[in-house]
Structure formats: C-alpha cells, structure tokens
Design a protein around this ligand. Structure first.
Ligand code: ADP
Length: 545
C-alpha cells in the first residue's frame, strides 16, 4: 500500500519562494567590495534571482550547466545561488585562496561555462583566463560604473546581465535529484575532488540544519556567516536563513576583527558561524579594545577542532554560547553538533564543558559509526578510537566524474558508508569526539596519541596563540609528538614551561618530546593547519636525545 500524499519535489527555489511570501521584508545586509553597505529584502532577492535565471537562459545556459563563482559573502553571490540553482544549473563555488593553477584545474575539471567574480579576484581571473578555454563568459560582480576593462579579455557586467533578464521568469519544476551545487575538497592529498549536491539533499540538509539542536536559527535571528560561501555553501546558512526567515548579514571582503565587530553591532547580529582561526582575530580585537557584544548570543564553530579554551573565552568573557560542529565537504557539510540534553542540565559546569567541547551528536538523517581497520564495529564507550564512517541523504555517494572510483566501504549487510578519514571516539550517549585525521594521528609504541588533544591543551596556556602537533620519526617508539607554537604577541614562555604545563593533564607518554617556536603556522585555504606543510618544514628536525 502506498501513502497518498502529494509528491512535491524538494527544490531550492521553493525555499526562496517561501521566504518571499512569508518573510518578504526580512533584510539582507551586505558589505560590498565597492566599500558601502547594501540592504534589501528576500522579496528583492527573488526579483533579481529570477532576472538572473532568465538572463542565463537567454544566454543558452541549460539544466546541468556549471556556473562558477569566485566571490565573497554578499547579496550578489546569494542571487547566483538561487538564480542558477533555481533554473536547474549548478553553482560551482570556488575557493579563491587556492593557487591559481589549482583554480584553473578545478574549473576545467568541472567544465564551467561561466564564471562570476568579485573585483578583488580580478588578478586571479587574468592569470587563469588563458588556461580555461571552456569558460565562455567572465562576469564582474560590480556596479556598471565600476566595471573594469582588461586588455585581451572581454568581461560581462553582472548588473547589465541582470538588466537583460526578465523578473517574470518562473522557476521550473525540476526533478528533486537534479544537481544544484558543486564544491571541491581542498585536495591536501592529490587532486581536489568534486562533491555534487542535489536539490533534494540540499533542502533536506537545510531542514535538518535549522533544527533547534542543530544550527537552530529562527525568524528572530540576525545571522552573520563569517564562514565563506565558497566553504561548503557557508555550512548551508544561505539556505537555512530564508527557510526560517532570519535576517542575513554578509561581511564581504572585510574579515578582520574590527570590521566584523562593527557589523555585528550595527546589524544586531545574534548568531554567527566560522572556523576557529577567524574568531581568534575577533577575540583579540575585543580584548585589546575592552569591547563587549551587545546582541550576539551564539556562534557555530567548526571546520577544525574548536579548542575548549576558545569555548570558555566566548562564554565566560563575552557571554556567547559556542556550538561546536563537525562536518565535511562530502557531507554538505553537517554531521554533528554539540548541544546539551535535558539530563545534562543537572551536571556541574565542568562536566557540561566536556560535553560541549566534543564534536557532538548527529543531526537526524546522518548515521555514524566507528570501526577498526578490518571494518569491525567498535564500542561507543567514549574512549576507544576508530575510523569514523557516515551515511545519510546528504552524504556523497560518488565524486563528480567518478574520480577515484567508488569512495564507499561496505558493511556485512552490503550497505555503503562514507569513510570520513577522521579518527574518533563515540560515547554511550552518542557524542562523537574527533581525536585526529587518520593521516595526522601519532603512533607511539603501538598506541595512538591525539594531536588535537595536545593542541587544545597548548592553546589553553596564556602565552600561546596557536599550536600544532606533528609526529616525528623515533627509532624506538616509531613516532613522538613535537609541539610547534606561535606565541601571543608580547608574551614569553619557554620550552620547559610548556612541557611542564602538560603534566597531570595527559598521560606522561603523550607529553611532547620537544617544543619549537615559529612566527606563523601555515594554514590551508579553509583556515585549517596545513600539517603536510609543517611535516615538510620539520623534515630534517631531530628530536633531543
Ligand atoms: P578539506 O579540508 O579536506 O577540503 P573539509 O573542509 O570538508 O575538507 O573538512 C573536513 C574535515 O575537517 C573533517 O573530516 C575533519 O577532519 C575536519 N573538521 C571539521 N570540523 C571539525 C571539528 N569540529 N573538529 C575537528 N575536525 C574537524
């Protein structure tokens, strides 16, 4: 017997239509590359997104074509999300922090036919245009009177493109499995690989992300995604906000502490999201200028482990709750978030802190487990680490163009699971904690040492701004941990003091053998510590005897 309910496809255009009808006057505020603040509403967004879809249709863009962006967070980028996605084409967001050659490689692999860019990235466009013969149209996302001209390269103006379209355009009723977005992994090992999101997976993911114990935004929130729209769709905030009717605030190119703080205050931001490294700049700005947030109540932090010291700083010093989240490009990206449950409210503060520091509980829709190298299920006891596997309706089934063959591993029942490449523990309540990426974990005397734990402890020292731990080859133990530290500006600390700082906090055999002080730790395109680079940098380093 079949259910007798309507079969309405889950399409991203329906999110925008909902926002327009029910939250049409909710604001979208953007700091622009032009320098000023732009404001309009969901109703305005819909008009321009339709015009854009119509203009692209007139240009011959068809369902399934890939349209690339190299752009900051802003209203024009949002118009492309909905205009391109709504018409059935694919928005391919590219991370401008990648090397231009890698960007060109990604564009050619994706087969992008059009590329829209913010003016900041004009030098990248000039460098890659000769390498990307498949791109028919380079679109400058800027007011007509600021349109640049470049010798030998014809640029289209975004505003003229919109003006050529018809805002009476009607969204097509697509199959919900139609592709809507494309993101490449950052490719720290090998070439980047493309995750191709569907309308269905995107809408389901946004629904789940909007739940109170997930991202939990509402029509009473003013949301500022610091996380870029080129980093896994800004963790789906561009879909969640219109779905719930939240105000959106876009920081554009200005991601320094001062600019962010000003925007938070001016726009009454209640909710933000970003990777740990960007919050460091903001917290420093607040401390050195003795500032407070007047409206911010919570922020999602993920992308790499959020040190408990940062969670404490937000909560105790600034009265802001941190929602620690874990996910990946291949998961659209949400997997888990750490929120307390009813039974945890009775616990003392320290016990609550420990729960909140974990990567957290799955969102309904995602299934996870930890397994040994030979795929045996491992216990959920909060202490046994294993390879973390996931499955769910917004988890990747295969990479774009089948790159790398079948990425899944199969259990005894023949069900496919995506191996995350992360090593984690899961406790009896289902709270997951990442101990490492499998390629970063330190194997010492046959046991594993978590580099994330050691880094979290190091940054709790007041003189430490940033810390990374890598394994160094050791004749007896295989590998031993080396702590690499960037000191806080003006602060002093010695190797011995840092080693002493670990005593009593971790098992003795976990304590790093040595400390090296550096000016800066290399970060990748999404603000994560580049351990591959650090390992190269310390290739000839010898541990003290
Ligand atoms: P890549 O950096 O390879 O392109 P993603 O940006 O999708 O991929 O990053 C996914 C990875 O980032 C996860 O597999 C995990 O290793 C790491 N990560 C994300 N969030 C967290 C977190 N809260 N704690 C620890 N690691 C995290």
């Amino acid at each position: 017997m079949q259910g007798l309910m309507m079969d309405m496809p889950l399409l991203v255009s329906s999110i925008l239509e909902h926002a327009t009808r029910h939250h049409g006057d909710a604001e979208i505020v953007s700091r622009r590359v032009e320098g000023d603040i732009h404001r309009y509403t969901y109703a305005d967004l819909n008009v321009r997104a339709r015009a854009l879809a119509s203009a692209f249709t007139l240009q011959g863009v068809a369902v399934g074509d890939r349209i690339a962006t190299l752009a900051w967070n802003g209203y024009r980028h949002l118009e492309i999300y909905y205009g391109v996605g709504g018409m059935g084409a694919v928005v391919h967001t590219i991370n401008p922090r990648l090397h231009p050659e890698q960007i060109a490689w990604i564009i050619n692999h994706a087969g992008d036919t059009h590329l829209a860019f913010d003016l900041t990235f004009l030098p990248i466009i000039q460098a890659i245009a000769p390498l990307c013969p498949g791109v028919k149209s380079w679109i400058a996302m800027v007011d007509g009177d600021r349109q640049p001209s470049v010798a030998g390269l014809e640029l289209v103006n975004y505003e003229e493109l919109i003006a050529s379209g018809d805002s009476g355009y009607r969204w097509p009723e697509l199959d919900e499995r139609t592709a809507v977005g494309l993101c490449y992994t950052s490719g720290t090992t090998g070439n980047p690989k493309g995750a191709m999101y569907a309308h269905r997976s995107t809408v389901l993911h946004a629904y789940a992300a909007a739940l109170p114990d997930a991202m939990g935004a509402s029509a009473r929130d003013s949301v500022l995604p610091v996380v870029p729209m080129f980093h896994v769709n800004a963790w789906s905030i561009p879909y969640v906000c219109p779905l719930v009717g939240a105000k959106m605030v876009f920081p554009g190119p200005n991601l320094d502490g001062k600019s962010l703080y000003e925007l938070f205050e001016a726009e009454g931001v209640t909710y933000a999201a970003g990777v740990p490294t960007v919050w460091q700049g903001l917290l420093q700005h607040l401390r050195s200028n003795k500032l407070r947030f007047s409206t911010l109540t919570r922020t999602v932090i993920g992308g790499s482990a959020c040190p408990p010291a940062m969670i404490d700083a937000f909560r105790i010093e600034f009265g802001v709750d941190v929602i620690h989240a874990w996910g990946m490009t291949e998961m659209s990206p949400l997997g888990t978030l750490s929120r307390l449950q009813l039974k945890h409210l009775k616990l003392d503060e320290n016990a609550q802190r420990q729960i909140l520091a974990k990567q957290g509980h799955v969102v309904f829709g995602v299934d996870m487990k930890i397994v040994s190298d030979d795929m045996a299920d491992l216990p959920w006891d909060g202490s046994t680490p294993g390879n973390l596997l996931v499955r769910g309706p917004w988890v990747i089934r295969e990479y774009f163009r089948g790159e790398g063959g079948d990425p899944l591993v199969y259990d005894a029942d023949g069900r496919g699971w995506f191996p995350t490449g992360d090593v984690a523990t899961i406790d009896a309540d289902g709270y997951m904690q990442i101990t490492d990426r499998s390629k970063d974990v330190i194997k010492s005397g046959g046991e594993w040492i978590s580099t994330i734990d050691l880094e979290n402890l190091a940054v709790a020292h007041p003189a430490v701004a940033q810390a990374a731990v890598i394994g160094i080859a050791h004749p007896k133990w295989d590998e031993r941990p080396l702590l690499i530290v960037v000191k806080q500006p003006g602060a002093e600390v010695t190797r011995e003091e840092l080693i002493e700082f670990y005593k009593g906090k971790v098992a003795n055999w976990w304590i790093p053998d040595d400390v090296q002080f550096v000016e800066a730790i290399p970060l990748g395109a999404t603000g994560k510590i580049l351990k591959t680079k650090l390992r190269e940098q310390f290739r000839d380093y010898q541990l003290p005897q």
